[in-house]
Each structure stands twice: as structure tokens, then as C-alpha cells.
Design a protein around this ligand. Sequence first.
Ligand SMILES: Nc1nc2c(ncn2[C@@H]2O[C@H](COP(=O)(O)OP(=O)(O)O)[C@@H](O)[C@H]2O)c(=O)[nH]1
Ligand SMILES: [Mg+2]
Length: 455
Amino acid sequence: MNLTSNVERLIEGFENKDKKALARAMTLVEEGNSELVERIRTLRKSVEEPWIIGITGPPGVGKSTLIDKLIGLLLMENRQIAVFAVDPSSKISGGAILGDRVRMQRYAVDENVFIRSVATRGAGGGVSHHLIDMIDMVLAFGYDTVIVETVGAGQIDLDIFDISDTTVLVLMPEQGDGIQTYKAGMTEMADIFVINKADKQGADKIAEQLKVMRSITKARDEWQPPILKVISTENIGIDMLLRELQRHRRYLLSSKKIEVKKRTRRLMRVREGILSRFEKALSKALENLADREIDDFDEVYIEIVKDILAEGGGNEKQMLIKGISHIGIAVEKIADKIGFYRDILGLKVSEAELVEAYKVKVAFVEIGKTRLELLEPTSEESSIAEFLKNKGEGIHHIAFDVLDIEKAFSSMKKAGIRVLRDSISKGAHGSRVFFIHPKDTGGILMEFVEEVHDG
Ligand SMILES: Nc1nc2c(ncn2[C@@H]2O[C@H](COP(=O)(O)OP(=O)(O)O)[C@@H](O)[C@H]2O)c(=O)[nH]1
Ligand SMILES: [Mg+2]
């Protein structure tokens, strides 16, 4: 399935409010298909004033229970809610997601609620990147309220303050030595404090500690984070939480701080997008160079940059050309040439195979990431036979590897470039190809190939 129709299908699904399309988009995000996400992002208008709420805190304090109750209230306000539970990588809370699912699942079938867990990867994460893309997908789908549940550990939980408009830090009584031991920075950054499990002893003690902390770190701030006592299991205090969330949102809107939030998110999206592309390209480059001694880091760097540019800087003019797929060479007899390429140059040469449609036999010679395609005519009517008759052996065509053959084809047509056969046709191994006339290229017949995409 090629990219264009994939995107079209997904967007159609989004328009029809088909949750399956959204789930598919999520999977693509997790697989790192940033191209597709970018296309959806540009093609589909997203909710204009989304509300993004972060709920963070140590495992077991009752975040999921609280979110479940909050969903109930938000639904009464006609909000469309997407919830992301970030699966913590920490051992302590293993299995938390299953619990989250159970606790929130009564809403899983509600069409106004979408619940999804987000897996954290190993070190280096990439969670934030996926999360931002996932949030964009639900906003494009039409959800206007996003709740992100994260555990207070690791990078993602600091990022949550950048991702969310409002961040709620959930704590509970009997939390060891109190808030001092809690991850530095988190208490200072929260917009609202919730002391959940207020049915247990010690809630007031934590509230006092938070007040002291607030008077020290927030003395000059316009927004004084409220400290709320809540019993999520009994639905006590959730309405108060909703009111404070709304008050904070009004504060963001009236103080124009919402613009700062949006800007931070925009920059974060760029940073994460670049980082994730960079990481992908880096591992690919390292893999390609694995068998060699690498002294020249510039070489790796150039590989990476080339790869990133080819992977779709989205530049229309570049036609999403990834590189040279192969160079076609017309020969009288493949068998006569194998000795040179294989034995003298030491390159790998594939078995010759028949391509009926073009009345040729082809053998590929591998050279790094690209190949030579030796072409031998099997009939007098073959265009290769004609080529040999007119010009003798030599370079017959150059083939570019493109990401989106339809886009390449239509831009050629639009530019008035002469396209042979005037349609895209089937090439080897399920690929799709078209050719343009040598007159427009400087005397070389040019082929465009899109390899098969999965999905
Ligand atoms: N006593 C009491 N238990 C609660 C309260 N809220 C949640 N719990 C319980 O705390 C446990 C962990 O809740 P959960 O929502 O999974 O916490 P999370 O890990 O922060 O998402 C569950 O057994 C809940 O039933 C509360 O207000 N009071
Ligand atoms: Mg949870």
C-alpha cells in the first residue's frame, strides 16, 4: 500500500469518526512513521483550542482512579476526551497499565472517550516525541480535551509540564518523609496539587508542607497553585478539581500565557521531530558502517544528513527522492560481463532474471546502497535491442528511488516534462515505475521507482 492512499484512507476514517482509523494512526506513530503523521497534520485541520491536562505523581497515588472520575465530569460538559497513560518503565509500578485499563475501561466504549497506553522505550525514550504526535492525531480526529497520565520519574515527567497547559501533581498521605524527597523541580512546576486518599491519615500534614513550599517558591507568582484534598474512590473533591482546572485555563487565556504554552509545544515538536529523525538516521548510518573502522566522523555525519534530507524534508522540489536506485547498462550478453564485475571488481552479481514486459534479461550488481542493472535484450523488439543498435553498449538509464511515485509523476506532468507510456507501470518485485524522456534530462533516460511499502 503506498503512502498517498494510506493517508487518504486514514483521513477518510478520521472524517467518519472511525476509531479504528485513529488506532491505526497510533500504531503508525509508534512505529515511527513520522512522514505519515506529518501529512495528516498538514492535511487535516485540528481542534483549535485544545485543552491538554497532565496528571502526574508517584505510582499508586490514585491518578487513574482520579482521571476516571474526572472523565465523568468532563463528559457532562460535552467534552471529547482522549486519555494517554504513559506506561512507566520503572519496576515498582509494573503492571500499572493493566490497572489503568481496568480503572478507566467503563469509558472505553464511549464514543466521546479514547483511552490509549503509551509504551516507554529503553533509554533515550522517544516517548515525548511519540506522545506529541499522538496528541496531534487525537486533536486532528476531533478530541478537544487531552489527559496525559505519567508517573513522576524520568524525563517524560518533566516534559509533561511542557506538553500540558495545566499540570496536576497528585500526592497522598503517608508518603515517607514527605514532599522534600520528591523529585526536585516537580513540586515547583505543578499548577495544581491534589492530595488524594484524603480518607487516610496525614493529608493535613502534606497540605501544610506544600503551603510552606508554595510560600517560598511561588511568593511572587500570579498563579498560586491550589492544594486540594480529594478522595477519588468516593468521588469527593473531583468537582473542586474540575473548577480549579477551569480557573487555571481561564488564567492562561486571560494572561496570554496560553501562547507561551503553545509556543513551547511547537518548539518541542520540532525538537523531538528532529531528534527522532536524527536518532533513526544515526543507527542506520552506524549499521551501514558497522564493518569498518571509522576515524572520520564527518563521513558519518554526512550520511546522516543525507538520509534525513532524503527521508522527506517535505520539500516538493526534491520530489522525495531518496537516492539512486540503480543505473541501467545495456549489454549484448550479460554472461560476458559477469567476469569483469564479479571477479575483477569483486562485486556481488545477482542471477540474471527475465522481465517479460520489457523483453529483457536483467542482473543486478550491488554497489553499496545502489546497484548497476545489466540489461540484455531477449528479442529484436526490445527497446534495449534498439538502443544497442543505435548507440552500442553503455549507460541506458538512471533510476531514482522515490518515496511517493504518484507525487513524482504528477509534478512531472505539471511541469510539462515528457513522460514515456504516460502512466505508472509495474516494475520488478512489486515496485512501481515510470520513465521520462532523455530530451528533458540532458540525454539520459530517467526512471522513477517506488519500492513497495508495507501496510
Ligand atoms: N483509600 C483510597 N484509596 C484510593 C483512592 N484513590 C485511589 N485509591 C486506590 O489506590 C490504588 C491505586 O490507584 P491507581 O488509580 O491505580 O493509582 P495510579 O498508579 O496513581 O494510577 C487503587 O487500589 C485505588 O483503588 C482514595 O482516594 N482513597
Ligand atoms: Mg495509573
